[in-house]
Structures are given as structure tokens and as C-alpha cells.
Design a protein around this ligand. Structure first.
Ligand code: KIV
Ligand code: ZN
Length: 542
């Protein structure tokens, strides 16, 4: 069959559609501020994905603004997608948000499985089909003939296949240039999913690009995605670190490296991804969301290129190919440990950062250099991990109207700790004291009191974690906290992540708390504020 619109499908490529900022951000607790989303989008651009799904503009004003900013900034042929339900208001907001993009990509969806239609949407199949056609047609006429209009049949893998094909044919007739087959609940098994994809590809021919979107509930998201590519899918929807709803989505790094590492299994298919940027992307997303990557995670886990047993080490020394199917360098690990220090100079630091996937210049480089020199004063060796943590800490810290001017704490075995802080909140200076179960608890209590006295709300700590950035007794501590405001309604709180970094873990903990408090102060619905983090009450999120 032939469809009426959309850019031509480029033969021989698999389009990498990254949905870290939309489906990934739907992972509970992974909410990002607009500034953080922009930071991730910039890294996705360096990674050279084909499409960045930037969010769900109808979800909140903050989400709308974040999508629009990313749409405005992203250049170099990378498309920016926005998601919309097939429901009056959503597609219009999405079109408004992405219209400014160099390459807009509208993504509309409606559920098609009987279980969703009967119990969630309370629509008949005919009604769902009519809505799908209506909003695809709207998208095509609003955006013109050359823009991608994608339609997703939510819960496709549990939809009656004949009805699914009927829907896809109808939306392609109405102007969809891509049809997406989501395995929304991670239910499919690779051979079965591949067969479904093959049927859709055969039915649609060259009228539309066939895309897949696999969730990981059975740990099969990557396997299903690859089976789909072998069956003819030419767009894959993936996220960095496999972040996403529940058990997450197919992970970008696994899918891309499988395509790259096994070319004979995917003949003449390539992606344009700059794989050397994968590690930087993984670390950034992990850092900003506070979601640690498990050590044995494929491609980006801390142990992915570590060899413990003597037999393996012996083999790798003789020839890395004995136990490594891809090189650490190919995913952006430098493979060597850093000896950056006071004597390395700015140029050496800049070169090392470039090798680690970060371009830092001008005043930012000077600032970072000062931090590295200060760190080298208190730490024997400044490692790659230390450097990356410093770069990421800079990216994470937004505008600060609440600043720490001093602190002290006393704590002893068996007793309560007493902490005092001096804060500047806007123009006002405020000292406060509090007691707590330990030094961090006491200092957080003091911050709460000072913030409350000036602003009328206090941060509420919901999660706290401290990790060592690298090995050794002088390792830097990285504190990660999640907080909400005391005044938010319990069922729809604004939750933010704060990060702190220091060789003194109390200092790191305080810094993390202050970063989070500043994000809460900026608030939701503003350009620096929260995107999707506040959308908990929206019905029928995919
Ligand atoms: O999982 C899902 O079905 C989705 C769609 C909106 C693509 O996220
Ligand atoms: Zn999804």
C-alpha cells in the first residue's frame, strides 16, 4: 500500500529513537528539571541519535516548556518528537511545542487491545480506530507533507492482529509516516514478536516505516527489539540505561552495540550513533536521575569490561578479543587510568575530558581546572571517575538562590548530634541549629529550619544515598538525595534529585540537600522547573 506523506525511509539504516526524556522519565522518581532535560538532550545530540522524544507537552506547563526548548535548540538534522494521546487538546499542544524544531516529529497514540479498550478507555474498536485516524490526519495537516507523523497502537502485542493491521492501514491512509508496534507491558517473546513485525512490514510495504517500542518486564526488551529489526523494523525506540516505566525500556546501548558488534546478523544495517559517547550519556542520565547502573549491566555497567579471574586476565593480556567482544574505547571508556593533577595543565585536562566524551571550554574549563587542582591537593590520585563526577556535578547544579555560607556539627558515640548552618536565602542571611540522630540528620534539620523561616516551606527528604566515586581511602563521596516540599499535596508532590560531591561526606551530603532545595525553590511550571515530575495524576499515561 502507499501512504500520502512523510519523509522517505532511508534504506540500510535503523533509526534510533531515544525516549529517555519521555518514557525514561516516567520511571518512578526519575523526574528531571527542564535544565536537566536540556543537558540530556545535548548529550543525545552528541551521541547522534536520530530522534529525541523530548516529552509529553500536554502533561504540564513545565513539560511543554522543556519540549519547546529542546525543539528550539536541537540542530544538525536530529528530529525532536513529542507524544500526544488521541484526545482533543493533546496533539495541538504537541504540535505547538515542536513546531519550532528543525525536524519536528509528532507521535500520537491510542490503545488498541481489548483489555485497554474495555477497561481503561471504554471505547469500542471502531471508536478507537476513528480517533486514531482523526488525530493522525490532524497532525499531517498541521505539520505538512514532509514531517514525521508517528502512530503508536498502545499494547499492540496483546491486540487482535487482524484489528491491529486494520488500524495501521487506516492511519497510514490518513497520513502516518511511521507506525509503531509497542510491547507496552513487556509481554512478547522474540520469535512471536518478530513474526508480528514481519506481518506488519509485509502488509504496509514501503508506505510507512515500521517502529518498535519494547518494555522489559520479562527482561526481553533488547531481544524483542533485535528480533523486530531482523523482521524489517527500521526504527527502534530505546532509552539510555534502559530507563523507563516499571522494568524499563529496551536500552539504547545494548541495541546499538548489538547492531554494531554483529553486522552479519543485521546485514547492511547501521545506525549513525557515535558509540564513543555512550558511557558519557549513561553516566549523565544515571547521575541526574539518581538511578545507579548495576555493575553487571551490559555495555555500561562498572564490570562490563572488568576481568576478575586469572584465566580471563591472562587471555585479555595476550589478546583482548579472547574475552572482549567490543573494545572499551568503542563505548567511550578510555581504558587507561588518569594521572591528571596540578601539573597537567588546562590543555591536558581538556584532552582527557574529550577522551571521556565531554567538550569543556573557556570559563567552564578554568573553573573545572581549579576544582581538579583543589582535589589533587587532598587526594593522591584524581581518577577518570573523579573527573566525570566533577563534570556531572557542574551540569546538575542549577541556579542557586539558597547558598550555604558555613556549617558546624558535633556528634559523639551514643549521643545526639547538634548541627548549625548559616544560609543565605536570596538577600536574607539566616542561622539555624538543630539536633538529630547523626551529623547529617542534624545539619539537614538546621537547613529545614532556616529555609522554613524565610520561605514558609521545608524540604522533605525521601531518599538518601552516599557512594564512593572511586576506590581508595581518600575517595570522593557522592551524596544523592531525593526531596519534596513540605507544602505539596501528598498525592502529587514535586520530587527532585540533588547531588553533592566532596572528599568530606558531610559536606557532600549538605551540598546534595542544598542542590535539591534550590530545585524545589525554582519550582514547577517554570523554565528551570520540573517537567514531567509533576504529572502523577494524569490519566492513562502509556
Ligand atoms: O509503552 C508504550 O506503549 C508507549 C507508547 C506511547 C509508545 O510508551
Ligand atoms: Zn512505553
Amino acid at each position: 500500500m502507499s501512504g500520502p506523506g512523510g519523509p522517505a525511509v532511508v534504506p540500510g539504516t535503523v533509526r534510533i529513537f531515544d525516549t529517555t526524556l519521555r518514557d525514561g522519565e516516567q520511571a518512578p522518581g526519575a523526574g528531571l528539571t527542564a535544565a536537566e532535560k536540556l543537558e540530556v538532550a545535548r548529550q543525545l545530540a552528541r551521541l547522534r541519535v536520530d530522534v529525541i522524544e523530548a516529552g509529553f507537552p500536554a502533561a504540564s506547563p513545565g513539560d511543554f516548556e522543556a519540549v519547546q526548548r529542546i525543539a528550539r535548540e536541537t540542530k544538525g538534522g536530529i528530529a525532536v518528537a513529542a507524544l500526544a494521546r488521541c484526545r482533543d487538546g493533546d496533539p495541538q499542544r504537541a504540535v505547538e511545542a515542536i513546531r519550532v524544531a528543525e525536524r519536528p516529529h509528532l507521535h500520537v497514540f491510542i490503545a488498541t487491545s481489548d483489555i485497554h479498550l474495555v477497561h481503561k478507555l471504554r471505547l469500542s474498536r471502531d471508536q478507537a480506530l476513528a480517533e486514531a485516524v482523526r488525530w493522525v490526519r490532524y497532525g499531517r495537516s498541521a505539520l505538512g507533507p514532509d514531517v514525521e507523523v508517528e502512530f503508536s497502537a498502545e499494547d499492540a502485542s496483546r491486540t487482535d492482529p487482524d484489528f491491529l493491521l486494520q488500524v495501521y492501514e487506516a492511519v497510514v491512509e490518513a497520513g502516518a509516516s511511521t507506525v509503531n508496534i509497542p510491547d507496552t507491558v513487556g509481554y512478547a517473546i522474540p520469535a512471536e514478536f518478530g513474526a508480528l513485525v514481519r506481518r506488519v512490514v509485509q502488509r504496509l510495504g514501503s508506505a510507512a516505516t515500521v517502529s518498535v517500542h519494547c518494555h522489559n518486564d520479562l527482561g526481553l526488551a533488547t531481544a524483542n527489539t533485535l528480533a523486530a529489526v531482523q523482521a524489517g523494523a527500521r526504527q527502534v525506540e530505546v532509552t539510555i540505561n534502559g530507563l523507563g516505566e516499571r522494568a524499563g525500556n529496551a536500552s539504547l546501548e545494548e541495541v546499538v552495540m548489538a547492531l554494531r558488534t554483529r553486522p552479519t546478523q543485521f546485514p547492511e544495517l547501521a545506525s549513525q550513533v557515535q558509540t564513543e559517547q555512550i558511557t558519557a550519556a549513561s553516566r549523565l542520565v544515571s547521575y541526574l536521575t539518581g538511578f545507579t547502573v548495576q555493575p553487571n549491566k551490559a555495555v555500561v555497567g562498572g564490570n562490563a569490561f572488568a576481568h576478575e579471574s586469572g584465566i580471563h586476565q591472562d587471555g585479555v593480556i595476550k589478546n583482548p578479543l579472547t574475552y572482549e567482544i567490543m573494545t572499551p574505547q568503542s563505548v567511550g571508556l578510555s581504558g587507561s587510568q588518569l594521572t591528571i593533577g596540578k601539573l597537567s595543565g588546562r590543555r591536558g585536562l581538556q584532552g582527557k575530558l574529550r577522551a571521556l566524551g565531554h567538550v569543556v571550554e573557556g570559563a567552564a574549563l578554568d573553573d573545572l581546572y581549579r576544582q581538579v587542582v583543589a582535589l589533587a591537593d587532598v587526594k593522591k590520585e584524581v581518577t577518570d571517575a573523579d573527573l566525570l563526577a566533577l563534570v556531572e556535578q557542574r551540569a546538575a547544579a542549577g541556579p542557586a538562590s539558597i547558598r550555604l555560607e558555613g556549617w558546624s556539627v558535633t556528634s559523639s558515640h551514643g549521643g545526639r548530634a547538634t548541627g548549625t548552618v548559616s544560609l543565605r536565602v536570596g538577600e536574607k542571611a539566616r542561622n539555624a541549629e538543630a539536633t538529630g540522630n547523626g551529623p547529617v540528620d542534624a545539619l539537614y534539620g538546621a537547613v529545614d529550619a532556616a529555609v522554613d523561616a524565610v520561605l514558609g516551606w521545608r524540604p522533605v527528604l525521601t531518599e538518601y544515598e552516599i557512594r564512593a566515586v572511586s576506590g581508595g581511602e581518600d575517595a570522593q563521596g557522592q551524596a544523592v538525595v531525593r526531596c519534596r516540599r513540605s507544602t505539596d499535596e501528598a498525592d502529587n508532590p514535586l520530587t527532585v534529585t540533588g547531588q553533592g560531591l566532596s572528599t568530606n561526606i558531610i559536606e557532600a551530603s549538605l551540598e546534595a540537600y542544598l542542590v535539591a532545595t534550590n530545585k524545589l525553590q525554582v519550582g514547577r511550571g517554570t523554565s528551570e522547573g520540573i517537567g514531567a515530575a509533576s504529572r502523577g495524576s494524569l490519566e492513562e499515561l502509556p
